[in-house]
Design a protein around this ligand. Sequence first.
Ligand code: HEM
Length: 444
Amino acid sequence: MPVAPAVSPRTPVDLDRVRSAAVAARVLGPLVAQGAIVRRPRATAWAERRQTDRAAGALLRDLRREHDGAPVVLRLGPRRLVLPLDAGDVGALLAGSPDPFSPATVEKRAALGHFEPDSVLISPTDRRPARRLLNEQALDTSEPVHRDADALLAAVDREAAALLAEVDRTGVLDWPTFAPAFWRTVRTVVLGESARDDHRVTDVLWTLRRAANWAYLHPRRPRLRAELADRLHAYVRRAEPGSLIAHAAAAQRDRGVDPVGQVPQWLFAFDAAGAAVLRALAVAAARPAVRERLRGEARSGSSMQPYARGAVLESVRLWPTTLVVLRDSTAPTTWGRRELPGGTSFAIVSAFAHRDAERLDFADAWSPEAWLDGRADADWGLLPFSGGPVSCPGRNVVLLVAGRLLARLSEADLVLPRGRYLATDPLPATFDHYGARFHVPGRG
Ligand code: HEM
């Protein structure tokens, strides 16, 4: 990662009421409507029809021009929300996390507290280190290929083969066919072979996530949360070889951290990997050259699969799954000539940062190469897995598992009827993965 400034040289600018309302309506509204924790299909379909990320990006670009790149400040009732619009300021926030820029924001605690109150992501700063370390040890954060990759990939290959057989029979691949196979894969990878058909564990989590979308506005569901914890404890005790939870159980012995506090985030976050795979698969279906490169890696059977990893990263860059990256300051921070009080909220709008055509020559183009040659990773403005000390510790596991699934599924002769929008650049700003429906010509 490049070195980011500790504080920004630019002085944040307060937006007037009209501009604040415009940002709330055009930028924040669509993000909230789609659901921060679990996407709402009707809202994502609406967002795609309206290409809401394009309008949001245009407004933020105008504001950046008007204010010479300075962060802009919105008043939302009693609270102040700062939007950094410059990649250097994004870097300052990420590099300065978790202190003074804590990821455990008021909103995130309200939402994630529904199903993972002990997750590192919403932990107080003093509780973070041991929890972060448990995640890093179990997920092999620093290793491109997890030490249990053979077992993890074997699970992916099995489920991909079963899904391809079903697609071959029915002639259709869409979210309703993809999701059950995907969750079987995730349960096996995370919890072990015996969890493959434990729909209940992911259904309970899904129900809690739906409540989490409403943050404070939905009452807590203590009985469901207890059921989730009981089920996860049983898998920790089993610690099936070849599962991620077995590594968490082993790390627990060194760290004294209960993995059950961390594992809901793993299951929840894999959902994003499913969306990323379907979107990348849609690009591959529309672009024969992309499909051929993925097929080549599927045939090689190697666990490195650089192009497939780049394709997953590119899918999350183009259509981010973490819609905003939030931080609350734990102390006063200095931005140019202004000091912002502790407790100020910051929000990085991922799609705006990732599609910044004034800065990136590949902003709206399909460019896995930018990940392969290191350009994208060197850029603080590209944060599909966040950046700095709070970046996603699951990134490499995701790229391993999702990359392999993508490569395997690209072996099918899929056609996406509305794929002509994806065949050439620029790519659409908003892409509803729930709506992707592939056909296999001559089948079904
Ligand atoms: C495509 C899939 C995924 C994406 C795009 C993604 C992205 C992210 C992002 C952006 C953050 C940081 C949020 C912030 O800075 O506030 C994050 C945090 C985290 N992610 Fe992921 N993630 C994915 C999947 C996973 C998976 C599968 C796991 C575990 C197996 C995981 C584990 C975590 C954990 C534990 C954190 C909290 C880190 C901390 O607070 O130190 N993620 N992820």
